[in-house]
Design a protein around this ligand. Structure first.
Ligand code: NAP
Length: 283
């Protein structure tokens, strides 16, 4: 038996279609959801990401603005631009594309995005709401991970979920969402001793590391749901953390890279923007 592939592209298209319908309903009331991207410098990967998010906005009927600042922008100038967008009522969501150049203070820049416009869910207020189980804006990639698990049809309650990675943007919030979904959660990281001991016990395995081939078939419980959130490049090709050749015959479900978490992250970004606009309009 080969794992059922969890088609993030198909699911994202469905989510975007639902989003477009809700956006049109909001527009009929005279409100156009707006999302602002702040891009600093010329990092090719960041430019590609912003372009694909812009295209998703177009598909969903969301107005997008890109504020592209030069590589040598000062902290003061960056913060001025961020505050301008923060004060603009036509902008419902703001996203600072990371990473930003090293001379800039990332935390201080992110703090200029008000929590109610923080479509990425990175703001300490939104992160704190997640920890405390208070409704609020959740990070897009972890939301996409949960969507893919739901697509498998496997019930989360009582399952052992193992998350590899403990970053504030993927690993930790994904673990918290799984906990909220009544999984028993183990978080692994680079200092975990004997990673395979944990992964072999996972009914749901989420890998968010960025190391090609990290997860091999012998590390996976037969029938497990495996969500690959990692992104790495091998010979110019985008791959995930999972060694598909050895994992596909063992896992029950597998999200591919590309075509799994990537499109879902963008779809959830559109949903977050719309949710903010709807909340502001009291929908
Ligand atoms: P990150 O901040 O670099 O975190 C990577 C995590 O992996 C860290 O917690 C690190 O542990 C852990 N790690 C590293 N080597 C390991 C090993 N050998 N065994 C076990 N754990 C190990 O990265 P991130 O921002 O969370 O992103 C993770 C991956 O997801 C990246 O590939 C990124 O490109 C991808 N990503 C994808 C999307 C998407 O849209 N699909 C969105 C965001 C990120 P320590 O904490 O101990 O260092």
């Amino acid at each position: 038996m080969s794992a059922v592939l969890l088609d993030g592209k198909m699911l994202a298209a469905r989510r975007e279609e639902e989003t477009l319908q809700r956006v049109n309903a909001l527009k009929a009331r005279g409100i156009e959801p707006g999302l602002a991207f702040i891009l600093v410098g010329e990092d090719p990967a960041s430019k590609v990401y912003v372009r694909s998010k812009n295209k998703a906005c177009e598909r969903c009927g969301i107005r997008s603005v890109t504020c592209h600042l030069p590589e040598d922008v000062t902290q003061e100038e960056l913060e001025r631009e961020l505050k301008k967008l923060a004060d603009d009522p036509s902008v419902h969501g703001m996203l600072l594309q990371l990473p930003i150049p090293r001379h800039l203070d990332e935390a201080a820049a992110l703090a200029c995005i008000p929590p109610e416009k923080d479509v990425d869910g990175f703001h300490p207020v939104n992160a704190g709401n997640l920890v405390n189980g208070i409704p609020g804006i959740r990070s897009c990639t972890p939301l996409g991970i949960m969507d893919l698990i739901a697509l498998s049809g496997v019930k989360t309650e009582g399952k052992h979920a193992v998350v590899i990675g403990r970053s504030a943007i993927v690993g930790k919030p994904a673990a918290l969402l799984l906990l909220e979904a009544n999984c028993t959660v183990t978080i692994c990281h680079s200092r975990t001793v004997d990673l395979a001991k944990y992964t072999r016990e996972a009914d749901i395995l989420v890998s968010a590391v960025g190391k090609a081939g990290l997860i091999t078939g012998d590390m996976v419980k037969p029938g497990a749901v495996v969500i690959d959130a990692g992104i790495a490049r091998v010979d110019g090709k985008v791959v995930g953390d999972v060694d598909r050749q050895s994992v596909e015959p063992i896992a029950g479900f597998l999200s591919p890279v590309p075509g799994g978490c990537g499109p879902m992250t963008i779809a959830e970004l559109m949903v977050n923007t719309l949710n903010i606009a709807e909340a502001k309009a009291n929908v």
